[in-house]
Write a protein that binds this ligand. Sequence first.
Ligand code: PEP
Ligand code: MG
Length: 567
Amino acid sequence: MMSTHHPSGTVLRGVGVGAGRVIGPVRRMPHPITAPEEGAPLPAGATVESETERLGAAAQAVAANLRARAASASGDAAAVLKATALMAGDKTLLKAAGKLVATGTSAESAIWEAAEAVALQLEALGGYMAERATDVLDVRARIVAELRGIPAPGIPEADEPFVLCAEDLAPADTAALDPARVLALVTSAGGPQSHTAIIARSMGLPAVVAAPETAGLTDGTQVFVDGSAGVVIADPGPEEEAAAAAYAQRTPLPAFGGMGATADGHRVPLLANVGGGADARAAAEAGAEGVGLLRTEFCFLGREKEPGHELQVSAYREVFDAFPGQKVVVRTLDAGADKPLPFLTDSTEPNPALGVRGYRTDVSVPGVLARQLAAIAEAAGASTAEVWVMAPMVSTPAEAADFAALCAAAGLRTPGVMVEVPSAAVLARSVLANVRFASIGTNDLTQYVMAADRQLAPLAALNDPWQPAVLHLVRHTVEGGVQAGGVPVGVCGEAAADPALAVVLVGLGVATLSMNRRALSPVSAVLSTVTLERARELAALALDAPSAAEARKRVRAELPDLERFGL
Ligand code: PEP
Ligand code: MG
């Protein structure tokens, strides 16, 4: 986002997506595979048949290699590698390339152009789908390298651990990262939701994305990376060395014991955000007290058609079965904007974040929501999980009432709403009077309050849930819940996963926090160091701050345990 000078050297400011402070030498990702000549003819001596065969064999070799790497990886890394392997063997892509070969084009040019077309289509869809375009281009580069008989593009080799710098990282590369060799990640592209960010978080690697001018960081340059602050400093001095040394000495975080509470025993259930069954099982293993957000659209991304009843029931059952007897909050399909579902989303909308998304699709494509509620009810009836259901993007009291009525008709007794549109926060009292609970989606609430697209790296400073304006709306929503007769208000946006901000949210009266499972241990560790009264004092400090940066700074200064844990 910005670069300045500092006594130690150049300072690059990006977006921190993985906490931690380290120093190490830079290694840059090798240059990407160069494009073949456009429409290059079949190589001398080749026939359409032999070239088609060569292409198929190269794709198969790439897929096999990725599958082998997936087998020796685990968790998210294995999943990403498997998905990339599937794409390498994707029939549609190979068919499209095969057609070009049949017209006399070389295998290299054919796969290059075919993948280009697929990537462009994905990019046009925007958001989550656009990020999948990187996967297609990654597969293309691997197939071309295989055809050329040169090494696949990938993580550089080095004798000592290094800070990996790149324009952006392909998912298969990030998945292959060895945390024993890579100290930190710095990329100039990418955003908080990119693969780089997801993998870095899941591996616990310090990482900064959207950092400017990383091209200036040449191989061997010593850099300090602060993944909490989103800062990279070239040629670090004593101050940075001390910070990195303190981080290396950090107290290891205790595993989450399964009961979130403040130091004086005020209970704050810590729940997990999940996107499906595998995620839910991993969250249960990490001690989550339930699911605070099941993003049901993640079960069906990329589907051309509405998933059928049985398919839905089994997808939800998998999640419920991971949490027998515990709470699972199901969010109805939040299609649109960064998560388009072809059967619900109008891809021609000029301004998708302000478009027909979330609960609003019930008007444009009626029936899908009622059918989803019926599937949730059936899955709930067959499990012991305590199933709550909420709608995303609810904007008015009438919408909340309509949703509650739909839930009642489906036999679902605990309807709720997400508060992520500012109007719902402003009118929290009347909105919440219609439902049994609310969950604040701070990701969207922040983007709408600050009028800053949550996907845009250059607006990351505005798009910060520490913004006092956001915190005031959180407080107002909690007060609305009290006035509505004691409707509990939780938070399930990324704000809940920031241990310092989690303390502030509890101080503002938030009842439950829901987060990615990796955040359970840090959030519970920090929460257990403050009393409820102290959390309220810290919340007051943050509310009074003139800026997000100042709010964060003031609160963090009062939480010395963050430093102890290296958070
Ligand atoms: C949010 O907006 O904060 C939220 C939790 O929903 P999503 O990130 O899926 O939009
Ligand atoms: Mg949202």
